[in-house]
Ligand binder design. Structure first.
Ligand code: SAH
Length: 244
């Protein structure tokens, strides 16, 4: 019987891969991988392992999700050990849940191997703790893919007035609209925020600013990138540690 491992590849730094993920990668007969999974990980596979690229970045899908689901399923019919390798954590905006449900409906056994999500680790490598005593008592991870102007938005923008840290994934292309929306719902234009590009990798770049100047400061920064909004951003002055 085959097993599909929906596996988190971590945020970029190869050493942030879990031991369990490394083990299944080494045992895999086929690895179905994304753009965001560090390609160095594939080098750990055994001889004869097949590789299937279903690349996807910032919602620009090279292969539509239903086709990815079907590709995983078809490989499960052919192979014993199938690894579906995804950037970060498979259940944090990774559509891992949809892939697991598709396999469940077809009676294919699967396991989830959580990964270190970029939502927490990229800020950590930038010297920004997502919570901090007396500064932020909680954090939320929000999709930035959806435009804040959207009428039927499910994002509770009105709740974002508090000092809880907000991490937007997939939001760089909406940075302008997101920062304006946060000012509109009551945050100060001088409220701290940061953009982190290629976090945890040797190409990591961090831009720090405020809601009113971040768009200008982050101009031209490459993806993948996330946005951190919160007073915790100021802690970077003391906590910045990562040198390439
Ligand atoms: N499952 C992934 C997220 C997938 S959504 C995870 O847990 O990390 C893809 C988004 O994640 C990107 O648009 C970007 O916002 C963010 N992202 C992924 N890797 C990143 C990295 N190394 N640095 C900064 N942002 C990253």
């Amino acid at each position: 019987m085959s097993t599909v491992y929906l596996t988190g590849a971590g945020p970029g730094d190869m050493e942030l891969l879990t031991l369990k993920a490394l083990r299944v990668v080494q045992e895999a007969d086929v690895i179905i991988y994304d753009r965001l999974a560090n390609p160095q990980i594939l080098k750990k596979a055994k001889n004869g392992c097949e590789f299937v690229y279903v690349g996807k970045e910032d919602g620009k899908h090279i292969m539509p999700q239903d086709q990815i689901n079907e590709t995983i399923y078809q490989n499960a019919l052919k192979h014993q050990t199938v690894v579906r390798l995804k950037g970060g954590d498979p259940f944090v905006f990774g559509r891992g849940g949809e892939e697991a449900a598709y396999l469940h409906e077809r009676n294919i056994p699967f396991e989830i191997i959580p990964g270190i999500t970029s939502a927490v680790s990229a800020p950590a490598y930038a010297g920004i703790p997502v919570t901090h005593r007396g500064v932020a008592v909680s954090f939320r991870v929000v999709t930035g893919h959806e435009s804040p102007d959207k009428e039927s938005s499910q994002i509770p923008w009105e709740n974002f007035k508090t000092d809880d840290t907000i991490v937007f994934l997939m939001g760089l292309h909406n940075l302008d609209k997101i920062s304006k929306k946060l000012i509109e719902v009551g945050k100060a234009p001088t409220y701290p925020c940061a953009v982190i590009s290629k976090g945890t990798t040797s190409q990591q770049r961090v831009v720090v600013g405020t809601l009113e100047n971040i768009v200008e400061r982050a101009q031209g920064i490459p993806t993948p990138a996330l946005i951190v909004v919160g007073k915790v951003v100021a802690l970077r002055e003391q906590l910045q540690w990562f040198r390439h």
